[in-house]
Design a protein around this ligand. Sequence first.
Ligand SMILES: *Cc1c(COP(=O)(O)O)cnc(C)c1O
Length: 220
Amino acid sequence: MENPETPLEQVRANIAKACTVARRKPEEVTLVAVSKTHPAEAIEPLLRQGQRAFGENRVQEAQGKWPALREANPAVQLHLIGQLQSNKADEAVALFDVIHSLDRPSLVKALARAMDKADKRVPCFVQINIGGEAQKGGCPIGDLPELLKQAGEAEIPVAGLMCIPPLEIEPAPFFALLDKLARDHGLAGRSMGMSGDYETAIMLGATHVRVGTALFGERM
Ligand SMILES: *Cc1c(COP(=O)(O)O)cnc(C)c1O
């Protein structure tokens, strides 16, 4: 894009540039516009500019906002990027097209049951606790093989891996590690990179970047 006029055009241009540097095709990277906390009026301009993939981190908030927006924009693809409680699995499966936060055996069970009941398979990313942070969600790296086995047995389609690197440390080594883990397990998807580091993530193999602030401004 020659002269980006909107934040979305700017982010798209940056993605295209990072893809060129990395010798990747822009079609390989899905921009997930993270609209959490932002009202429908903030989302509509992006829809008008052709943005289709959106990310929310709370089931309840998404249930309030998206059914109406979606009715007017049937091609929308909704991504759940936040921690999911097992007792919300039914609602998540009903509403979302992709789930980025599968991270534990109890959730494999709950999602498998919900998908069976709804007769709908929702592709899931396994979220990895890539920095080994005690307070953070995500599957420990050492538990990944077992979790993938359980997801396979439960017929949950695993799209790839997802991570949120530790704050305030250079994220590139964590992106590289997620890329390697995905490759080792033959998984195509890498959900990594946010407003501050999506270009770095693309250089290191991201297939899905989750960008909020750079598109919508600061959250309240
Ligand atoms: C909020 C959030 C994002 C977007 O973060 P920005 O820095 O606003 O781009 C990405 N991923 C997850 C999991 C989030 O919760």
